[in-house]
Write a protein that binds this ligand. Structure first.
Ligand code: ZN
Length: 173
């Protein structure tokens, strides 16, 4: 598997609590040993992701960790994994970037919440927002990305696949 950068989605436990559709763990894969290392929060994750191609992740970038240490996370179906494209821009200060998993786990939808509380759901809406709000003239459209991570279908829970196949008329592998 090529080195990848991921977010892991909710555990079954969380799902029962109703916190169904958002990311609750972040991880990156070491380019050398391919182990997954957990990253504390979205902000730190985005710092690594934004220059992932030219500055790949290695275990020792995490304090006190080396490739000899056991992995923090194992890629398996105990949680649903979604994998980001590398080098997405960091979320602008005071904005929030959120991802919501569709009920059938087919994809995640990306949106930004602006400091003024507005939701931006597309690059068109971001363009309009920047045009109408001169306070944010330091930002450009390159600061936004609506590219959503790939939902890894081999980690989607069986009960979702069963529902998904009846709703969509297609079987997820
Ligand atoms: Zn390593």
């Amino acid at each position: 598997m090529a080195p990848q950068i991921v977010k892991a989605q909710s555990t079954p436990f969380k799902r029962q609590l109703g916190n169904v559709n958002s990311i609750n763990k972040w991880a990156v894969q070491c380019r050398r040993c391919f182990k997954w290392r957990s990253i504390e929060n979205q902000k730190q994750f985005e710092v690594i992701r934004c220059k992932f191609v030219e500055d790949p992740f290695y275990c020792e970038k995490k304090n006190g960790v080396s490739c000899d240490d056991p992995a923090d996370l194992i890629y398996n179906a105990s949680r649903t994994w979604v994998i980001d494209k590398p080098n997405l821009p960091r979320t602008p200060a005071n904005f929030k970037r959120d991802l919501v998993l569709r009920r059938d786990h087919s994809k995640m939808d990306v949106y930004y919440v602006t400091p003024t509380g507005k939701r931006l759901r597309s690059i068109t809406e971001a363009a309009q927002f920047l045009q109408e709000n001169k306070d944010f003239s330091h930002l450009t459209l390159a600061d936004f990305s609506f590219t959503s991570p790939k939902v890894m279908q081999d980690t989607v829970p069986d009960y979702v696949k069963r529902k998904g196949s009846s709703v969509n008329g297609r079987v997820l592998s």
